[in-house]
Write a protein that binds this ligand. Structure first.
Ligand code: ADP
Ligand code: MG
Length: 270
């Protein structure tokens, strides 16, 4: 950890401070995420496994982005880089134009707790806690008082359609309901970005569609940027942009207008 930052630099408490501390105004930050020349090589004994081979990406605020690609193409690896959960072998990841490699441990923890909400394929909610306790946990970590956390937790569970299930534990909830709890938890600290890795991967068709619709509604109503790694073609319908990734590289990036053509192609192929 960087000693100077531990002693001298004020801890960021808001998105605005996060930028101002670095001499940026929020208006200057058009891209909430910018990835430049990112590579990732995993070492398996003596073997190098290149998972990302030079990825460049710019994601605008409030967009709904799908990172599409077959299994093993590098989606989760890219997800982990953008989310500050793993470090690139080379290249940079900027969140609100801040190079996250420059953050110290406190700032990185702040980024993960306050700026980004994570959703995973296997829900990853805590089994011994109720829905409400799962949702309030990140708020408690962020220093919110219990009463305020409970009030906000109930509001968020209401938002995802689980207002009456707040006292249920995960084993008393269906897969789709557990993923809704995970969505509510991801929103706990009003993140600017929701990162979802195969959020519909363990869900049936209808439940998957419900989760996709919920994420889309959140991006529209709350201005949250949603970045979802997926190979679920149902995601195409709601995406502002699709980043097609293949063998660790960005194959092509399609905007909404171009997508209807791809959807047509997929429709005729299947
Ligand atoms: P996707 O999410 O698109 O299925 P991943 O990002 O999980 O793909 O994996 C991309 C490639 O990196 C694969 O070849 C995978 O085997 C490899 N890989 C991923 N994580 C690791 C790891 N921790 N150690 C070694 N190889 C890994
Ligand atoms: Mg994956």
């Amino acid at each position: 950890m960087n000693v100077e930052s531990r002693q001298g630099v004020k801890r960021p408490t808001s998105n605005i401070e996060f930028c101002v501390n670095r001499g940026l105004t929020m208006a200057e930050v058009a891209n909430v995420v910018r990835v430049t020349n990112v590579t990732k090589v995993f070492k398996l004994g003596k073997i190098d496994v290149p998972a990302l081979k030079g990825v460049n990406l710019e994601i605008a605020k409030g967009d709904y982005i799908s990172i599409m690609g077959p299994s093993g193409s590098g989606k989760s690896t890219l997800f982990n880089m953008i989310g500050g959960l793993d470090k690139p072998t080379s290249g940079k990841v900027f969140i609100d134009e801040v190079d996250i490699a420059q953050l110290d441990a406190y700032e990185l923890a702040w980024l993960r707790c306050r700026k980004i909400g994570y959703i995973f394929q296997t829900f990853n909610i805590i089994q011994v806690m109720t829905a409400l306790e799962n949702v309030t946990l990140p708020m408690i970590f962020a220093g919110m008082h219990d009463d305020a956390a409970v009030e906000k937790g109930l509001q968020l569970l209401e938002l995802v359609g689980l207002g009456d299930r707040f006292n249920h534990k995960p084993f008393e909830l269906s897969g789709g309901q557990q993923q809704r709890v995970a969505v509510a938890r991801a929103l706990a600290n009003d993140p600017a970005i929701i990162l979802a890795d195969e959020p519909t991967g363990n869900l049936d068709l209808t439940t998957g569609e419900e989760i996709i619709a919920l994420l889309k509604r959140l991006s529209q109503e709350r201005g949250v940027t949603v970045i979802s790694a997926t190979h679920d073609f149902k995601m195409l319908n709601v995406s502002d942009q699709v980043v097609w990734i293949r063998d660790g590289r960005v194959d092509k990036i399609e905007d909404r207008e171009e997508l209807s053509i791809s959807i047509g192609q997929i429709g005729t192929r299947v």
